[in-house]
Design a protein around this ligand. Structure first.
Ligand code: HEM
Ligand SMILES: CC(C)=CCC/C(C)=C/CC/C(C)=C/COP(=O)(O)OP(=O)(O)O
Length: 299
C-alpha cells in the first residue's frame, strides 16, 4: 500500500517535470536543428553529432522551459491556460524546479562540449539566457514587442544545429534563423488573440491587450506576407531547389488564407495558431527532403 502510493507520487512527479520541459515545443525546435545540421554539409552528418548535438540542445532548451515555469509562477496562476501547471499549482516547488533546470542545463552543456564544439555550447546557453531570463524575466512584462525580440532565442536551433556540424556561423544558417524569427509573431499573436482575456487578467502587455485585436490581426497578416518573402530566399540564393519552392508556395498560400480568415473573425485564431505549427514542421521537412534529393541526384 505504502509502496504503491510512493510509486504514484514518483510517477506524477516525473509527469510534472516532463510537462515543465514543454516537450512538444522542444521537439519542433529539434526538427529545425536537425535540418540546420543536414543543410550545413553536402555530405552525411556524423551520426554522433546528429544524436548528441540534438540531445544537448534539447536538454538546454528544456531547461529554459522549466525556468520559464518558475519565473512565471504568478502569471501562470492568473491565466486559465496555464493555471494547472506544476509550479503554479505548487505540485512542484520552485527549489525542485531550479534543481531540475540546473541538471538539464549542465548535462546538456557538457554533452554539447564533448560531442560538438564550444561555439555550439555557448550559443545554446545564450539562447537559454535569452528565453528564460531576458524574454521571460523582463521583455514579457515590459513591451508588446516582447515576442518579436524574444523570438530570436526560439529561432536559434537551426543555427545551433548548423554550428554543431561546421563549427562556424554561415549566412544560410542565419537565413534559417530569420525564417523562424519571422514566423514567431503570426504563430504567437494568433494564440494571443484567442487568449487575450487571460493576458489582460495577468497584466501581461501582449499586443492584443495593449493595441487591440484589430491591430494584432493586421500585424498577423503583415508578418505572414513578410514570411512568404523570407521563405522564398533559400530558393532565390540557390540554397534550395524547386521541390522546396513548391512546398513553400503552397504553405505560404495556406498561412495567408488563415491570416486573412483571422482578420475577418477571431473565431479563426486557434486554427491559425495550429496551422502555424504544421507550417513550420512541413517547411523544414521540405528543406530537408529537397536537400537530400539534390544530393542523391548529384551522386
Ligand atoms: C518567443 C517565441 C515564442 C512564443 C512567445 C511562443 C508561444 C507559444 C505559446 C504561448 C504556446 C502555448 C500554447 C498552449 O499552451 O496551448 C506555444 C505552443 C507551441 N509552440 Fe510556440 N512560441 C514561440 C516560439 C516557438 C518556436 C521557436 C517553436 C518551434 C520551433 C514553437 C513551437 C510551438 C509548438 C509545437 C507549440 C504547441 C505545443 C503544444 O501543443 O503543447 N514555438 N507557443
Ligand atoms: C536553448 C534554446 C533553444 C532555448 C529556447 C527555449 C524554449 C523552450 C523556448 C520556447 C518558446 C516559447 C514556447 C515561448 C512561450 O513562452 P511564454 O512564457 O510566453 O508562454 P507560456 O505562457 O506558455 O509559458
Amino acid at each position: 500500500m505504502v509502496n504503491s502510493t510512493l510509486e504514484q507520487t514518483k510517477s506524477s512527479m516525473a509527469h510534472d517535470l516532463w510537462e515543465m520541459c514543454k516537450p512538444k515545443v522542444v521537439m519542433l525546435m529539434i526538427i529545425t536543428s536537425v535540418v540546420g545540421m543536414a543543410l550545413a554539409t553536402p555530405g552525411w552528418v556524423d551520426p554522433w553529432v546528429m544524436f548528441f548535438g540534438n540531445l544537448g540542445i534539447a536538454l538546454v532548451a528544456a531547461s529554459g522551459a522549466a525556468i520559464n515555469h518558475i519565473v512565471d509562477e504568478r502569471i501562470d496562476q492568473k491565466m486559465q491556460r496555464t493555471e494547472r501547471r506544476p509550479i503554479a499549482t505548487g505540485r512542484v516547488t520552485p527549489a525542485v524546479g531550479v534543481a531540475f533546470a540546473a541538471v538539464l542545463a549542465v548535462t546538456g552543456s557538457v554533452i554539447l562540449a564533448l560531442f560538438t564544439n564550444y561555439l555550439t555550447m555557448w550559443l545554446t546557453l545564450a539562447a537559454l539566457v535569452g528565453y528564460a531570463f531576458i524574454y521571460t524575466g523582463f521583455l514579457k512584462r515590459a513591451t508588446p514587442q516582447n515576442i518579436v525580440i524574444g523570438g530570436l532565442a526560439g529561432a536559434a536551433p537551426p543555427l545551433l544545429g548548423w554550428v554543431a556540424v561546421t563549427g562556424q556561423i554561415d549566412p544560410m544558417a542565419l537565413l534559417l534563423v530569420l525564417i523562424v524569427f519571422t514566423w514567431t509573431p503570426p504563430h504567437f499573436w494568433a494564440l494571443a488573440i484567442h487568449r487575450r482575456d487571460d493576458y489582460a487578467r495577468a497584466e501581461v502587455p501582449m499586443l492584443p491587450v495593449t493595441h487591440g485585436v484589430a491591430y494584432t490581426q493586421l500585424f498577423v497578416v503583415l508578418y505572414t506576407f513578410l514570411l512568404a518573402v523570407v521563405t522564398a530566399l533559400p530558393f532565390l540564393i540557390m540554397e534550395a531547389g524547386r521541390l522546396y519552392l513548391l512546398a513553400a508556395i503552397l504553405l505560404n498560400l495556406r498561412f495567408l488564407y488563415w491570416a486573412f480568415k483571422l482578420r475577418e473573425d477571431v473565431v479563426h485564431a486557434m486554427p491559425t495558431f495550429k496551422f502555424s505549427i504544421s507550417y513550420l514542421l512541413w517547411l523544414f521537412t521540405a528543406l530537408l527532403v529537397d536537400h537530400y534529393v539534390s544530393l542523391l541526384l548529384a551522386m
